[in-house]
Design a protein. Structure first.
Length: 564
């Protein structure tokens, strides 16, 4: 018995029709002076396709199939489609520069099938990565700690489809937000790629994956952060934002070449993490009262010092919020603007356009401000301009990179500031560090080690000798037992949850002014400041250890606690 397959002739006819259409488009491409492309024979970049929503793409008969930074390639069915103009204008307004290609309907249909591969995150505009509310809630409910991120990503990687890398990226981002990470590190190693979160200042392994997956992930990151996809031998910087429940979180991305591939660090600028009130900074009551008097003055300069990541900007914001009233004009110059303050004029440094801290400060002074915040004093010009602003009736806040409060004055002198001027302008120098706070649910009190007891006794004796008894009044100074970290589900089995600051300060009083013109060292300045009775970093840390807020082990991670 002979059977006939009716589908065979139909398939042959369809094939001939498609071939004829492709040939026709090749002819029309010459007429329209547009290059021809067959999308069935090339790789379509899924994230490029995302730039135009599927419904709009079908109406306008377009498909964005490639993107390199802001340069995109677009396949179109016809340049005469009236809906095409609106789509192209929209892309131009968003900063994209397009190159048009002519493609057949079958070719476009092939591209449009890739829309099903798009995950539940949508790019709403250039550089804005929008996590859908429902999807984020689902991820947040599922992700409680870094181990949950590893489990979900590992399950996802069992599916070999390459487009799953988009969902993996979203999970990594959502996990970082759920765990309050400050940074995401993606680091290629010899045999695998490591992903780490910085939680409360400490890096933790989250997940590992292959180099193939990392290559796709890097392309994803480069695309949304405005980097060049083809560059992998030079360092690149970029940024994008995440819209989460009507809140915009900026991501600063740094990518550098390494031995085994490009290393990526994404810094999360979450406004919720730095929206701290003045009373929540962890400054001791004695120093807090001194600082409050200084920030309430109409002029002078207040400097907060410490290494990167020590919470300097958070302290400045808290001070600004404390003194802000409707009759005070406050202007800031930041890099970047990390947290938006109502009623305060905030500007962002753009060095490529010449708007540096120094140039911005000179411009701000023409705005008749009462209070100025300069994100960081980096050079001589900025230092001298800030000092002069303080001398001419402005209250100036800024940060400086020094190891301690006593190092502020030598650093200013090193930047070319006249020592005689410093004593008139500088109100207070505040140094700070951030230590992890013991988890209140699982911390336990147990016998202290001999080394810890010895160190704490030395610090307490030093405080008494220097007349700082007031700072330790009411504290249990029996140090045979101390609180230590254990770990529970509430803190992700780390033993710590959140951070607290340790501080020290130096006020410009008569004892400091007496030696400032002699180019004093840090040690000489610290000695002259003993009469102020402000606890040092080590002494303030000791107070917080005795209060059960942190541990000796944690404090020694951020300062030389054992070094006398």
């Amino acid at each position: 018995m002979i059977t006939f397959n009716d589908d065979t002739p139909n398939k042959q006819i369809d094939t001939l029709r498609k071939e004829e259409e492709e040939q026709l488009l090749q002819m029309l491409s010459k007429r329209y002076k547009l290059p021809y492309v067959d999308l069935t024979t090339i790789a379509i970049e899924i994230e490029a396709l995302r730039l135009v929503p599927e419904a709009e793409a079908r109406i306008a008969s377009v498909a964005v199939f490639k993107a390199v930074g802001k340069k995109i390639n677009i396949a179109i069915l016809s340049p005469n489609n009236p809906n095409l103009t609106a789509t192209l204008e929209s892309l131009t307004r968003r900063g994209f520069v397009h190159t048009l290609y002519l493609a057949s309907h079958a070719s476009l249909e092939h591209a449009w099938t890739r829309y099903k591969d798009l995950s539940y995150a949508a790019e709403t505009k250039a550089g804005i990565f929008d996590l859908a509310h429902q999807s984020l809630e689902e991820l947040t409910r599922e992700i409680k700690n870094k181990d949950d991120v590893k489990r979900i990503v590992d399950d996802l990687l069992k599916d070999s489809k390459s487009h799953k890398v988009s969902k993996m990226f979203e999970i990594i981002l959502a996990g970082a937000l759920s765990t309050n990470a400050s940074d995401i590190h993606i680091e290629p190693e010899e045999e695998r790629v490591r992903v780490r979160y910085r939680l409360d200042g400490v890096l933790h392994d989250v997940v590992f994956f292959s180099f193939e997956t990392n290559k796709l992930l890097n392309s994803r990151i480069k695309l949304i952060s405005g980097m060049k996809l083809t560059v992998n031998k030079n360092a690149q910087d970029g940024r994008f934002s995440i819209n989460v429940e009507d809140k915009e979180i900026e991501m600063r991305v740094s990518m550098i070449p390494g031995t085994y591939g490009e290393s990526v660090v994404m810094r999360i600028l979450n406004p919720d993490n730095i929206a701290v009130n003045y009373e929540q900074l962890g400054i001791s009551p004695f120093l807090q009262e001194i600082l409050l008097r200084k920030i309430s003055k109409p002029s002078g300069i207040i400097l907060v010092t410490g290494p990167t990541g020590s919470g300097k900007t958070t302290t400045l914001y808290a001070c600004l919020k404390k003194i802000h009233t409707e009759d005070v004009k406050i202007v800031t110059i930041e890099d970047p603007v990390e947290y938006h303050l109502n009623g305060i004029t905030q500007t962002q440094v753009e060095e490529e356009k010449g708007y540096t801290f120094s140039a911005g400060l000179r411009s701000v002074l023409r705005q008749d401000p009462d209070v100025i915040m300069v994100g960081e004093i980096r050079d001589s010009d900025t230092a001298n301009t800030a000092i002069n602003a303080a001398l001419t009736g402005h209250l100036v806040f800024s940060t400086l990179h020094t190891n301690n409060a006593a190092g502020t004055i030598p650093r200013l002198i090193d930047l070319g500031v006249n020592p005689k001027v410093i004593s008139s302008a500088l109100s207070i120098a505040l140094a700070q560090r951030l230590t992890r706070r013991l988890c209140i649910y699982c911390k336990v009190k147990k016998p202290a080690t001999e080394k810890d007891q010895k160190t704490l006794r030395v610090v307490l004796a030093q405080m008494i000798q220097e007349g700082k008894e007031e700072s330790i009044q009411g504290l249990d100074t029996k140090i045979e037992e101390l609180f230590y970290a254990t770990g529970c589900e509430k803190c992700g089995h780390v033993g710590y949850k959140g951070r607290i600051g340790i501080h020290e300060g130096i006020v410009l009083d008569a004892s400091i002014e007496a030696i400032i013109n002699q180019f004093p060292s840090e040690r000489e300045l610290a000695q002259a400041a003993l009469t102020q009775k402000i606890p040092t970093l080590r002494q303030d840390a000791t107070i917080k250890i005795l209060q059960g807020l942190t541990t000796v082990e944690e404090v020694s991670r951020v300062i030389d606690f054992y070094d006398f």
